[in-house]
Write a protein that binds this ligand. Structure first.
Ligand code: VGL
Ligand code: ZN
Length: 197
């Protein structure tokens, strides 16, 4: 069984959104087109309460894209984005969400960010996705979405560490690229055994 995992293809990560990834909207049509090729389609949705600890606006004197120290390690601070129930948190309006078997939300705990579809940024609190995939007999994963160097990267590396056979289809991903993060992400994914195509 082979699942397509579509990471955070949400309005706020597309041009015009609060944390826009360049070209983010370009991948919607190709992602829709590939959905029928898979045994399962799973969408992830970044889903933060207002005042989330990953927002620069929650930290005195901090600007977006600066780093801070969290109990679980360094954390990039972001503009307010994907606030629960907001229009920016919605999926891109053209994404064929009706085809999804599962929507997994992440980042809803106020004190901890969650890039990965599998674990929060403490690398230990699970989202439940691993159990879902295993109980459905899914071993192969193809990942697409936003952003290549953050949520796609963390999801792909965690999935490979958990023993899934993981491919990241780079033509259907777009990155943020903060201070070399895209090159570092590619290297980290390859080192973890992720296939990049
Ligand atoms: C993401 C930054 C903050 C992502 C989510 O989807 O890559 N990046 N929240
Ligand atoms: Zn986020």
């Amino acid at each position: 069984m082979h699942a397509l995992i579509v990471i955070d293809l949400q309005t706020d990560f597309c041009p015009g959104g609060a944390l826009a990834v360049a070209g983010g909207d370009e991948i919607v049509a190709p992602v829709n087109a590939m959905m029928p090729e898979f045994d399962a389609v799973i969408l992830t949705q970044d889903w933060h309460p207002a005042g989330h600890s990953s927002f620069a606006s929650s930290h005195d004197g901090k600007a977006p894209f600066e780093l801070t120290e969290m109990p679980y390690g360094p954390q990039v601070l972001w503009p307010d984005h994907c606030v629960i129930g907001s229009s920016g948190a919605a999926f891109h309006p053209e994404l064929e969400t009706d085809r999804a078997d599962l929507v997994i939300r992440k980042g809803f705990r106020p004190a901890i960010d969650s890039y990965s579809a599998f674990f929060e940024n403490d690398h230990s609190t699970p989202t439940g996705l691993e159990g879902y995939l295993r109980t459905r007999g899914i071993r192969r994963l193809t990942m697409v979405g936003l952003a290549t160097d953050f949520c796609v990267n963390f999801s792909a590396v965690d999935a490979a560490k958990l023993g899934f056979d993981v491919t990241v289809l780079e033509s259907a991903c777009r990155g943020i690229d903060l201070g070399g993060s895209l090159a570092a992400a590619r290297e980290g994914m390859r080192a973890a055994g992720v296939t990049l195509t």
